[in-house]
Write a protein that binds this ligand. Structure first.
Ligand SMILES: CC(C)(COP(=O)(O)OP(=O)(O)OC[C@H]1O[C@@H](n2cnc3c(N)ncnc32)[C@H](O)[C@@H]1OP(=O)(O)O)[C@@H](O)C(=O)NCCC(=O)NCCS
Length: 179
């Protein structure tokens, strides 16, 4: 469905509540979401180690545009994380910021949100999905590899001197050799 406008709705239900499973939903981030999540993210890595403070983070989360979308991730209605994406970017969307709050990690929420991110992109005809991850963030690199992303470029000193980022890419289309 190449005419599909991805990431544009104000909210999405990614997983319905059922026995033993929480509802996972997204809503366009509100100012209150941006302030609360900005404070929470500034306290955890990678942002703590990169020196990104709560004001800078809240400011970043509070601005959505046609090409930059900020969504709060909700588990049974409670804030569980945030996703910020840019589309269009490079023959597909770019995952600009992604966080699942510590109390919700390792429960499948991150994977569910990545599946939504990719299915929206595929419906819009995107060939790729991209993201950047700090080279020191071994856990996130393992997660993204598990989700099918591979390193595409090494960006030294990208955010601050002495800290490197890895650009990762997932092909969303089938190549002729994989058909
Ligand atoms: C990295 C992060 C997004 C993963 O989200 P999550 O909800 O905890 O991950 P899930 O529970 O959906 O796990 C999905 C898969 O990744 C694997 N995975 C998740 N965290 C992992 C870790 N710390 N180490 C190794 N593998 C991991 C899981 O084993 C799982 O594999 P499986 O489905 O085959 O069992 C989340 O932990 C997070 O936000 N961390 C802090 C902030 C951060 O680093 N964000 C990324 C910045 S680029």
């Amino acid at each position: 469905m190449p005419g599909h406008l991805p990431f544009c709705a104000p909210d999405y239900i990614l997983q319905q509540r059922s026995s033993g499973r929480a509802e996972i939903a997204l809503r366009a981030a509100t100012r209150a979401d941006a302030e609360t999540l900005g404070r929470q993210l500034a306290d955890i890595d990678p942002w703590a180690r990169l020196g990104i403070g709560s004001e800078e983070m809240s400011g970043f989360l509070s601005v959505s545009t046609d090409t930059k979308r900020c969504f709060t991730i909700l588990c049974d209605g409670d804030r569980a994380g945030v996703i910020v994406l840019r589309h269009p970017w490079l023959m597909g969307p770019y995952l600009n910021l992604f966080a699942i709050l510590p109390g919700y990690q390792r429960t499948g929420v991150g994977r569910a949100v990545m599946a939504w991110f990719e299915s929206e992109a595929i419906a819009a005809g995107a060939r790729n999905a991209f993201l950047c991850v700090s080279a020191f963030n071994i856990a996130a690199i393992a997660f993204y590899r598990r989700c099918g992303y591979s390193p595409a470029a090494f960006l030294d000193d990208l955010i601050k001197d002495g800290e490197d980022e890895i650009l990762m890419r997932k092909r969303l289309h089938r190549t002729s050799s994989s058909a």
